[in-house]
Design a protein around this ligand. Structure first.
Ligand SMILES: Cc1ncc(COP(=O)(O)O)c(C=O)c1O
Length: 476
């Protein structure tokens, strides 16, 4: 123990050794760091972070879609410290405390429609897990005990706890842990870039109705969808998609869960994705930007209609987490929401999203860029072998492209973003919501250089046709 403490104090190279020996990083091939350094981030300020060697990086991923207000906000941290002095912890199990009450009321005032009841969690998976359980218990309380199934979309990521994982539609994340919680079923996502021949965008919503019919409407509890689907690369909804999904859910008495773990708190230029796309869910799940990750916190926001049966007689939502609604996290969340409001953070997204998008679209002249899509400060570039035919990379090529080159090279050149192949290979960009033209120019310079080299390494030829210049899978 003494030697570990001493080692931590003695400095940077020792931190490397300790990380390699003791830290188990999430979703990480640990052996990838046998020969190379673990990236150790030690400081952040605004849109930038620094590693242990003093190298600066543009954090165009907002530390995994979290740090909406940017890094280094001592005032937000101070709100947590002040709260710790007053009341370090009390639980929400049968007790309340001022920060959780104030935060619940504040969230209700920002959420759409009658989503007025807030159940706190410690993060996104817990929020999804809670919403799934809430939907099941809601139907039991309202006389439909067989409504237990959940419908989600292919390639969508909804978290890792067993219930949430059953909603997650990524085969490679599911199979190591099967059998999962039974009852989750998947429908196509809104990938309009790869629309199957003979189908139209209207099909995406209708596939949900078909799945409900197939499973039996009396067995389906809820549908869970992100406003813009992250995994697969920022799939936006076609026009009218959510309005039709809402109709379908109403027709079959199925709850609509809007999973806004990423899409809320300004990411898409509105407080919530449901506001941007103008639909009213029954439940919203959220986390990440709620505190801008200055403290871990998530929430389920329920409509009055869904909450009502839990509020009478002996009924209760028989579910909870010790730390949920933690007073320090709640105080931090309130301070974070103050910053978003006071400093016009969402206005900044609205003012700059077109410039951000235009910069990314300008990369379409690179033969490896197949599609650019997304909304607000949540955008993806899909990488292809051929712009004309939209041919994608096979698994081996994708491995060479993403893990063998792009991830490391982007980081080496000072850009943190996501090179992901849970669907077809994409680069995802999701900068802090305070970013502007200066950061976009930096992103462009690095991406242009790295993607040009990637294309050459993968022998991607310039397309002979002109079709790619006209094509865009989403108008956003
Ligand atoms: C849409 C969505 N749902 C759920 C989760 C799980 O959240 P967490 O990692 O906080 O458990 C994530 C995480 O990225 C997410 O993007």
């Amino acid at each position: 123990m003494a030697s570990t403490e001493q080692a931590v104090r003695t400095g940077q190279s020792t931190l490397q050794e300790l990380a390699k020996r003791h830290l188990w990083m999430h979703f990480t091939r640990m052996s990838a760091y046998d020969e190379v350094e673990v990236p150790i981030i030690v400081r952040g300020d605004g849109c930038y972070v620094w590693d242990e060697h003093g190298n600066r990086y543009l954090d165009a991923l907002s530390a995994l879609f979290c740090v909406n207000i940017g890094h280094g906000r001592a005032d937000v941290a101070q709100a947590g410290a002040d709260q710790a002095k007053e009341l370090g912890f009390y639980t929400n199990w049968s007790y309340a405390h001022p920060p959780a009450i104030e935060l619940a009321a504040r969230i209700a005032s920002l959420a759409p429609g009658d989503l007025n009841r807030v159940f706190f969690t410690s993060g996104g998976s817990e929020a999804v897990e809670s919403a799934y359980k809430l939907a099941r218990q809601y139907h039991k309380l309202t006389g439909n005990p067989n409504k237990t199934k959940l419908i989600a979309r292919e390639i969508a990521y909804h978290g890792t706890s067993l219930g949430a994982l059953s909603a997650t539609g990524i085969t490679s994340l599911r199979t190591p842990f099967e059998p999962l919680t039974p009852g989750a079923h998947h429908v196509p996502n809104t990938n309009t870039y790869r629309l199957q021949p003979g189908t139209t965008p209207e099909y995406f919503a209708e596939s949900i109705a078909e799945k409900i019919e197939f499973e039996g409407p009396e067995t389906v509890a809820a549908v869970i969808l992100e406003p813009v689907q992250n995994a697969g690369g920022c799939f936006t909804p076609p026009d009218g998609y959510f309005q039709r999904v809402r109709e379908i859910c109403d027709e079959y008495d199925v709850l609509l869960i809007s999973d806004e773990v990423i899409c809320a708190w300004g990411r898409l230029g509105e407080w919530f994705g449901a506001i941007k796309y103008d639909y009213l869910p029954d439940l919203i799940t959220t986390a990440k930007g709620l505190t801008s990750a200055y403290a871990p916190m998530g929430a389920v926001i329920a409509s009055d209609r869904v909450a009502a049966p839990f509020m009478t007689g002996h009924n209760s939502f028989t579910h909870g987490f010790t730390f949920a609604g933690h007073p320090i996290c709640s105080a931090v969340a309130l301070a974070n929401l103050d910053v978003i409001e006071r400093e016009g953070v969402i206005d900044n997204v609205r003012a700059n999203e077109a410039t951000f998008r235009a910069m990314l679209d300008s990369l379409r002249d690179l033969p490896i860029v197949g599609d650019v899509r997304g909304a607000g400060f949540f955008q993806a570039i899909e990488l292809v072998k051929d712009q004309e035919t939209q041919e994608t990379f096979n698994d081996e090529e994708s491995e060479t492209l993403l893990r063998g080159f792009l991830s490391g090279e982007l980081y080496r050149r000072g850009l943190i973003c996501r090179a992901d192949d849970r669907g077809d290979p994409v680069i995802q960009l999701s900068p802090p919501l305070i970013a502007g033209p200066e950061q976009f120019a930096e992103i462009e310079e690095i991406l242009r250089g790295v993607l040009t080299e990637a294309g050459e390494r993968m022998h991607v030829q310039a397309s002979t046709g002109e079709r790619y210049k006209r094509r865009s899978s989403s108008g956003e």
